[in-house]
Design a protein around this ligand. Structure first.
Ligand SMILES: *Cc1c(COP(=O)(O)O)cnc(C)c1O
Length: 430
């Protein structure tokens, strides 16, 4: 049996996989499958590890809501003291609904609509992370209309290679994100001249699933060079924000610890006479919630190949529930919840029922499976449910939070009626 990658996953005496001590077969019996199951203590531990690494250095951890936007997860992080990094008006509404503080919100995103900007300024978010000159002009207009001054942080593109998957790399000059760092001084001057805008920070976000600290340190150095230029021009800022992207272990990655991350950036920033006094923000999503979750699914059919072709385990979770393997080619660990004592382990293609060859959760996984068995995809707490769709008219999975008091449903399984609730058949077709 392979070692389990996270402390909150264990096997009981009879080899049943447990999450925070809760047997996953019990959860499947109670809530059905497919179901996302999250460990509360894993999220609390990750948050505490990161915030503790800063010591008494001023900082704020703004959780990137898009990683997992369930209200209970947001409420948990709000209670821990987190701020939030949002990318839409919908996420803003969620954070406020979950009890998050507006002034601890940073609003990122390359395409904010007029309505979203207005919603954010009315709510009083901490700042808007702005990605273009055109967006600045729009924010200025909306702020003038509301009679408020909009707090602005420019998201600069530092042109560093995060050495991650091309779809999740965001800090290269050919990516759509941020303003080219060489253009930033002119934009800060523009902000200084506009009475409806106030510059409060500099921000960058170079990508996701970064497993080496050096791109963060490189980005920090480039941000500090920009800060020097701004200081010479008399432009004062109130914070620096180095974005998210801290990688996690899915299979055999060896990501740096939270302390390594924080040390790598603070050792650059705290040598700078001005930057060392500025609060430092990070926007981690995956680091805080990824390890906490599993996607629990049941084997519907086994289709072993009669000769040397591939053998398929068809499970009841699919790419609509968890798209990372199909979209990014991500390799996520998959475990049998209770390895079958009779069946020998065999290499299975773990696939879903969706009508796409790209519908797979894992290739060639050596597992002892029988029909009806349960499997768990590990590290599924981030970009799992939040990227789920209804493709093939499949309702989205249930979501369950486990803590020392037991398992609680925090997201009910979507009914088929709710999937067409907003559709209608015109009278001419009745
Ligand atoms: C997605 C995103 C994050 C979070 O990325 P993770 O890899 O989940 O840490 C942070 N900031 C911005 C602007 C993002 O788009």
């Amino acid at each position: 049996m392979t070692a389990l990658p996270y402390d909150h996953l264990t096997r009981s005496a009879d080899q049943t996989l447990c999450l925070e001590g809760c047997a996953l077969d019990q959860i499947a019996a109670e809530f059905g499958t497919p179901t996302y199951v999250y460990s509360r203590s894993a999220i609390e531990r990750a948050y505490t590890e990161l915030t503790t690494a800063f010591g008494d250095r001023p900082h704020r951890i703004c959780y990137a809501v898009k990683a997992n936007s369930n209200l209970a997860i947001l409420a948990l992080l709000a209670r821990l003291g987190a701020g939030f990094d949002i990318v839409s008006g919908g996420e803003l509404a969620r954070v406020l609904k979950a009890g998050g503080a507006a002034e601890k919100i940073v609003f990122s995103g390359v395409g904010k609509t007029r309505d979203e900007i207005e919603q954010a300024l009315r709510a009083g978010v901490g700042c808007l992370n702005v990605e273009s000159e055109a967006e600045l002009a729009r924010i200025s207009e909306v702020a003038a209309g509301l009679g408020v001054v909009a707090p602005i942080s420019l998201r600069v593109n530092p042109d560093v290679d995060a050495k991650t998957h091309p779809y999740i790399s965001t800090g290269l000059k050919d990516n759509k994100f941020g303003v080219p760092i060489e253009q930033a001084p002119a934009l800060y001057r523009h902000i200084a001249r506009d009475a409806n805008l106030k510059a409060v920070g500099i921000d960058c976000h170079i990508g996701s699933q970064i497993t080496d600290v050096s791109p963060f340190a490189d980005a920090a150095r480039r941000v500090l060079a920009l800060l020097d230029t701004l200081v010479l021009e008399g432009i004062e800022l109130a914070h620096l924000d180095l974005g998210g992207g801290l990688g996690i272990r899915y299979t055999d990655e060896q990501p740096p610890s939270a302390a390594d991350w924080v040390d790598a950036v603070t050792s650059v920033i705290d040598r700078h006479p001005i930057a060392r006094h500025l609060p430092l923000m990070l926007e981690p999503g995956k680091f805080l919630v990824g390890p906490s979750g599993v996607l629990l699914s049941r084997v519907e059919y086994l289709k072993p190949h009669p000769s040397d072709g591939k053998s398929f385990a068809i499970v009841d979770a699919a790419m609509n529930d968890l798209v990372r393997p199909a979209l990014y080619g991500s390799v996520m660990a998959i475990e049998a919840v209770k390895p079958d004592p009779v069946m020998a382990a065999k290499d299975w293609e773990i696939v879903g029922p969706v009508c796409e060859t790209g519908d797979f959760l894992g290739h060639g996984r050596s597992l002892a499976l029988a029909q009806g068995d349960l499997i768990a995809v590990l590290g599924a707490g981030a970009y799992g449910f939040s990227m789920a769709s209804n493709y093939n008219t499949r309702g989205r999975a249930a979501e369950v939070l486990v803590d020392e008091r037991g398992a609680t449903l925090i997201g009910a399984r979507e009914s088929v009626e709710s999937l067409w609730a907003l559709e209608s058949i015109p009278p001419s077709l009745m």
